[in-house]
Design a binder for this molecule. Structure first.
Ligand code: WTA
Length: 675
């Protein structure tokens, strides 16, 4: 079978004609060929991008695991995403179609910006950043923004100047914001007075004020008047964006600054097992090459598509697949600010219908919330424009997969579950409607994309048998990989590259089936996924122990019908503290305040002991098993078995059960007392 690898960057034909269906064997043979002449394979993809200077070396692997891609190459991400389209046949093509949540009599507010509009606005924004704030190469611009077009416009403006950016999701608290901004060393912060969600205003600027109270790297704050709520504006530090823009010439132009392929494009913090959030540093060249490839292979993107990714730009999915991926391909990107089920449960389907969305990227948690409201809401709209769908963020349960497939695009649409993570920069494992589509099984992730080698290994790093759970690794470097962890290269090496030397350790459990399909099962560490948002239980625990009544805390994720997982806290109180409902609510509020609303625990339980190993490490695995009602498995390393009963009792009391049924060893109690 001959496959056309080439994806000319400016191709305008409908690439669906290129889409072939293949058997898993045929795909694997094709995939193997991509690895044979690797990294030349990636060089071929990179050649399709407009570089200012071509690279001297495709991959510098002289100092593993600090790999460098397209070394010597120079480019500018803003000019690739904006200038080249604005200067060509796409100038009058809509680049961003924005829809706000509020629905007036005449319908929702919609703003459409063409590539020429985006070009003009990005230049004006860059003028402001450069001439009023002195932003230049080497600087970091921070973002704490609602989902409005000014968000990507200012990101692109920063990048135009050769600066890097760091985005903090607007659901994070002051503390989380300030920690991330300081770690990244952001000098200017772009924010808004507020954002809209379910008809209420999220007062973003107040949170920023809180974050900047302590000493901060941020010296200047640009504030978008988005909602119009009154905010505190600190003289000498804060300026409204419209005031700043008013000083820019209407036709302001700022030349894009060429940067090196391996210069940093952004820092994005993500949660891991322990410790502070890790600032993943992504490069420019490798990142864009991976996005170019995946936009085509995974999304089969064409010039006449309307592409909608329902994520928030605050997370990596939004960075890669709302901003850089689709814009570099000259796509029309739909951007929505608000809740997908507001003001009525069919909001998302009405957006698909009204904007004739053809390519949809969403999440299992969104789909489960649609499902909960029933089929009628989806069926009320004509969604036949949709021709490709994918989900991301967590494993998709087969019911949600089938529901979506049945209700959108009349069962005809290829629908995949793309596996990747903040660290990988872009999609790594997926079915590929734009290249060669293998039969899709509900819930599977498919195969690694060409040029990426993934494997499921056992504890020793040896290939795991089919249908047996193992750990997911990536066996060679890939374009889009992190340069390092900001300010902590040794941690980068240790967390990802030390467990299985030579391979990147993803931290996920996975299995392969008899045909070689990958099924990613979820995190093997203390990371939880709440509505697809990645949270480290450690961050929540750190918030809990800040309360004067709390001596110790453990947080685990328990299954939640819509969110996938919900955080639940187990807390040991200090002597004299009162374990009552009031304190539990206080503790939930504390996590909300310290980490952010997305992290609010569903419940907080009071216990006398926590299950620990003899070396005093909390065994969250055991706590979770009890909370989920599973067998606690091997507890030979447990220091005190009674602690498990404590957890079980707390949980059973909560659920109104008389007792848990079994003790640690799985024996029934016979004395009738609760466990
Ligand atoms: C999980 C999000 C199963 C996984 C892009 C990974 C998935 C973590 C999938 C990264 C999927 C993401 N199927 N699990 N399709 N996509 N994950 O950094 O556990 O927010 O390690 O990146 O999400 O989360 P992150």
């Amino acid at each position: 079978m001959s496959v056309n690898w080439s994806l000319p960057f400016d191709e305008r034909v409908r690439t669906v004609s290129r889409s072939t269906t293949m058997t898993p064997r045929e795909y694997e043979a094709m995939h193997e060929r991509s690895l044979e002449n690797w990294p030349e394979f990636w060089e071929g993809v990179a050649s399709e991008l407009p570089w200012h200077r071509r690279w001297d070396k495709v991959l510098d692997d002289s100092a593993p695991p600090f790999y460098r891609w397209f070394v010597g190459g120079e480019l500018n991400a803003c000019s690739i995403c904006v200038d080249r389209h604005a200067a060509g046949h796409r100038a009058s093509k809509p680049a961003i179609i924005w829809e706000g949540e509020a629905v007036a009599d005449r319908g929702p507010t919609v703003r459409t910006m063409t590539y020429a509009d985006v070009h003009r606005e990005v230049n004006r924004a860059a003028w402001v950043l450069k001439h009023r704030y002195g932003v230049a190469k080497g600087d970091t611009v921070g973002f704490y923004m609602p989902m409005v077009p000014e968000f990507p416009i200012f990101m692109l403006a920063a990048v135009r100047l050769g600066a890097k950016f760091t985005v903090v999701f607007s659901g994070f608290s002051s503390d989380s914001l300030s920690e991330r901004l300081n770690d990244a060393g952001a000098k200017v912060l772009v924010t808004a007075d507020g954002g809209r969600r379910r008809d209420s205003v999220v007062r973003l600027k107040d949170i920023v004020d809180g974050a900047l109270q302590a000493s901060s790297s941020v010296k200047s704050v640009l504030v978008l008047k988005n909602v119009g709520n009154s905010v505190n504006m600190e003289t000498g530090r804060d300026e409204y964006i419209h005031d700043a823009l008013a000083r820019a010439p209407a036709d302001a132009t700022v030349e894009p600054v060429s940067v090196r392929s391996d210069d940093p494009l952004f820092i994005l913090h993500t949660s891991g097992t322990t410790g502070r959030p890790k600032g993943q540093v992504h490069d420019v060249g490798g990142y864009l090459v991976l996005l170019h490839a995946t936009m085509r292979w995974v999304f089969d993107l064409n010039d006449d598509d309307v592409y909608w990714c329902t994520a928030d730009i605050g997370w990596v999915t939004g960075h890669s697949y709302i901003v850089f991926g689709p814009l570099m391909e000259g796509a029309t990107v739909l951007m929505y600010e608000g809740a997908l089920d507001h003001p009525s449960p069919d909001r998302w389907a009405s957006i698909l219908e009204r904007h004739k969305v053809s390519v949809l990227y969403t999440s299992p948690t969104a789909i489960r919330s649609f499902m909960k409201n029933g089929d009628a809401w989806a069926k009320a709209h004509d969604t036949s424009s949709v021709r490709v769908m994918h989900s991301v963020g967590e494993p998709i349960n087969p019911e949600a997969f089938r529901w979506m497939r049945r209700n959108v695009g009349e069962g005809q649409v290829p629908f995949g579950s793309t596996w990747w993570m903040t660290e990988t920069g872009g999609i790594m494992i997926s079915v590929l409607p734009g290249l060669g589509l293998v039969p899709i099984k509900p819930g599977t992730n498919g195969f690694p994309i060409p040029g990426v080698e993934a494997a499921v290994v056992d504890e020793q790093g040896l290939p795991q048998k089919p249908f047996t759970r193992g750990l997911l690794v990536l066996k060679r470097p890939w374009p889009g990989m992190p340069l390092t962890i900001h300010n902590d290269p040794s941690r980068y090496k240790e967390v990802y590259w030390s467990r299985f030397p030579g391979s990147f350790f993803a931290g996920d459990y996975a299995v392969r089936d008899g045909e070689g399909y990958f099924w990613i099962l979820g995190r093997a560490d203390e990371v939880i996924k709440v509505s697809g948002h990645r949270l480290g239980t450690y961050e929540l625990e750190s918030a809990l122990v800040q309360h004067p009544s709390v001596a110790e805390a453990a947080v685990v994720g328990v299954p939640d019908e819509v969110k996938g997982e919900a955080p639940v806290g187990f807390v040991i109180l200090r002597v004299g503290a009162n374990a009552d409902a009031g304190l539990a609510s206080e503790l939930k509020a504390l996590v909300r305040e310290k980490v952010g609303p997305i992290a609010t625990p569903r419940e907080v339980f009071f216990v006398g002991k926590l299950p620990k190993t003899r070396s005093a490490k909390i065994m969250r695995r055991v706590i979770r098993a009890v909370a989920v009602g599973q067998s606690v498995g091997d507890v030979s390393t447990l220091e005190e078995e009674a602690s498990v009963d404590e957890i079980r009792r707390a949980y059973a009391d909560f659920r109104g059960e008389v007792s848990g049924a079994q003790d640690v060893a799985g024996r029934k109690r016979t004395d009738g007392r609760p466990l």
